[in-house]
Ligand binder design. Structure first.
Ligand code: CO
Length: 306
């Protein structure tokens, strides 16, 4: 990896760490998710980064892929996952944490386990390590915890960590959170490790759309407004996921929020953009998430987000 590439990864990580502290201070029970999202968006730019994807603010049994739209009424309650992506020159820090918003600390144990799983992996990561060692570590931490605490937590098997590339959030390599046979060597690359813990069965299904979009096809569009919006998306976000909040912020002088909502729905229907479904725990049980980004290069490991 080039020196400037590593420096960009490190800077993105520094910003992401600040955003985590900023979010932790701001998020209290009852705060509107849209206010959290807009504050985080603004703070990322203020610190000299760009959002690599819309911040995921997923509540309770929703594991991932929810971001609030303007006038969203959802408020922080139960357990909230905050999954943040920061890009500097396209190099990404991807990091997540969870907040327990209950009065009685209902999710304390689940979050403690989840943090411990990620910490144990973080301690083990070294250049030349095989991808499957991550899954081994996660599974071992989980099993030890369940044995020692007589608990039945699961790690969600179908949600995995991933390699990162310039302007690429999932760069081809999947880093599973369970035992596997992937002997790929972790070296000269950036990647995220993100175990999700739940009291449920440990699987997910795809639910309703969650407000996160990505450009999917280059097919022509006839409607003039839709063409204009699409042109903006291609220039501003390219391959990056985006959300209605950002379109409203940039285009509201030309098109109303209602019109932008309509245009998005048309583009989704035509298959030109894709709207990610929410990922929901199969038994509708609460989920926690913690995530770090690592850069492994020349025999050295940097955890950019811790
Ligand atoms: Co990630």
């Amino acid at each position: 990896m080039e020196k400037q590439e590593i420096e960009a990864y490190v800077k993105a990580g520094e910003i992401a760490k600040e955003i985590k502290n900023f979010a932790r201070d701001m998020i209290k029970p009852g705060i509107k998710l849209i206010d959290v999202a807009e504050s985080i968006d603004g703070k990322i730019f203020e610190l000299g980064g760009e959002p690599a994807f819309p911040v995921n603010l997923s509540l309770n049994e929703v594991a991932a892929h929810y971001t609030p739209a303007p006038r969203d009424e959802k408020a922080a309650e139960g357990i909230l996952k905050i999954d943040i992506g920061v890009a500097v020159d396209g190099y990404i820090a991807d990091t997540a944490f969870s907040i327990d918003l209950t009065d009685d600390g209902e999710f304390k144990g689940m979050m403690e386990l989840n943090e411990k799983i990620l910490q144990n992996v973080t301690d083990k990561i070294h250049a030349g390590m095989e991808v499957c060692e991550v899954g081994d570590s996660v599974q071992e931490s989980l099993e030890n915890w369940n044995k020692n605490n007589n608990s039945k937590f699961s790690v969600i098997k179908s949600l995995s960590g991933h390699s990162l590339g310039q302007d690429s959030i999932h760069d081809g390599l999947t880093i599973s959170n369970h035992k596997n046979e992937n002997k790929t060597i972790l070296d000269n690359l950036a990647f995220a490790v993100e175990p999700f813990v739940t009291t449920g069965v440990g699987d997910i299904y795809e639910g309703q759309p969650g407000g996160i979009y990505v450009l999917q096809s280059n097919a022509p569009v006839r409607d003039r407004d839709a063409r204009e919006v699409l042109q903006f998306i291609k220039e501003a976000f390219v391959t990056r996921p985006f959300c209605l909040r950002w379109l409203v912020k940039e285009l509201s002088d030309e098109l109303s929020e209602g019109k932008l909502r309509f245009v998005l729905s048309v583009l989704v229907k035509q298959g030109i953009i894709y709207e990610y479904p929410m990922l929901i725990e199969k038994s509708k049980k609460p989920v926690s998430q913690f995530e770090n980004t690592f850069v492994v290069n020349d025999g050295k490991v940097i955890c950019t987000t811790k």
